[in-house]
Design a binder for this molecule. Sequence first.
Ligand code: NOJ
Length: 540
Amino acid sequence: MPNSHKLPWWRTNVNYQIYLRSFKDANGDGIGDLQGLLEKIDYLATLGIQALWLTPFYPSPMKDFGYDVADFKMVDPLFGDLSTLEQLVKKAHHNGLKLITDLILNHTSEAHPWFVDSRKDRKNPKRDWYIWADPKADGTPPNNWLSVFGGSAWEWDQPSGQYYLHTFLKEQPDLNWRNPEVKEAMLEVMRFWIDLGVDGFRLGCAHHLLKDPQLQDNPPAKPSHPRKDIGPYDMQQHLHDKGHPDLHPLFRELRHFLDNYRPEFPRLGFGELHGCSWEEWVSYYGQNDDELHMPINFNLMNTPWKATAVREVVERVESILPDWAWPNYALGSHDDPRLVTRVGEAQGRIAAVLLLTLRGTPTIYYGEEIGMTDMEIPHEREQDTWGLRMPGLGRDGARTPMQWSPRGNANFSPADPEKYWLPVNPNHHEVNVASQLIRTESMLTLYRRLLFLRANTKALQVGSYQGLDFAPDDCYFYLRAHRSERFLVALNFADQVRECPLPEQFNQGLILVSTHEREEKNLAGNLVLEKNEGLVVKLQ
Ligand code: NOJ
């Protein structure tokens, strides 16, 4: 295998995000589970990815579908039990797959025993494990901080006469990471999962862990502030309720733990951060590779789908990262509209070529490999509290069941489809794994080709990146090179044919992957790209 033993696994792997509720239901309750996932490990291993990022499976009242955790060291019976999770770790490892679990550090469920104790009374030893504050003189919340999901970030607790902070739902109280006991309790959670064999953590809401201890008001947003259009929350500059400078020493401690708890096999810290400037984002890698291994990079998801804009993002990443830091890219997640919904099917194929040939660890969102799209969810079936509270912001459309087959309601579950937690997208008759596996022109075949090529090509895994200026309008060309191996990636973002003469050092080569099934053809001086065509060419 080309994987160099000197490089950490997370640099050469391709990650695949599994939204567990929607992947595969084995027990027939209409909700995906661990046993269902176990049954699909062979699919994942042959797809050609090398790591799974699994969304939360912990006991939870499911107000935020598992991101409201009531016990960090257990499995919710809805998803299985600890022994199924152990089997999953074993089977994943046996198939060469690493397992990254989602660990929500910022908050718990209100049903977590820590919070149950904390809200009992002001003298409870767990009181300070959460962020409590007195009202202002007029009884209103301590400051102007807002919840991401709408409304004030403070909830009044009548019996104890104080407000508690919740950056997300009121059922998700924020932990107080300034209390050393909280930190120790969370390290204990990480030890538990590492001992069970997990390879890394997606550190959920890492950006929010520390806030201003003085609880100062946030100023209004500057017009230039990066925004995601999530309503009033966007109207503030989140100066005091997230991204506090004290995050750096905290991340250093977490990194030290991840690197040293089992020094023979350091664990990955893959941190979730949204809406930060490039400078802030890169700062979370640390000064000298001593904070997060990789702060997740969602920037391409919020970039206009144009050759120049996409190139600009990639080159920003390339120029801003220190030599020792490793890039990463994601084009979808359970919190955002799906890739093909955003850019269309033809450009979805270009996006696949881009994601799997850039320098940096790619993360594929489940179903992206078959081109799943968002579904309009009928109001009576809507689940996401965010969407129910703030119409238009719901995330259900991107979380519908995985489409395994054209028949049997996509073969997601043996349950009556009315009982599926979310409906199956009616396009599963065309967009599904079984049909696409046997079609050479399918999205799935394209992903499999790209994944196979990446897994077997040093230049694509670890080679250098160079943007190429001779690309015609609406095209983005780049070179990936390692020693004598050189690959030209040519992407046409236009719905029109584009043609360009190739400079001498680029004009001899063999097409290894094409979105238009032109594999095994030779380049001959002039490059003609069909509309929406992407190519990976091995140069001579
Ligand atoms: C991060 C998760 O990605 C998102 O789905 C969730 O709603 C928030 N954390 C809040 O728990």
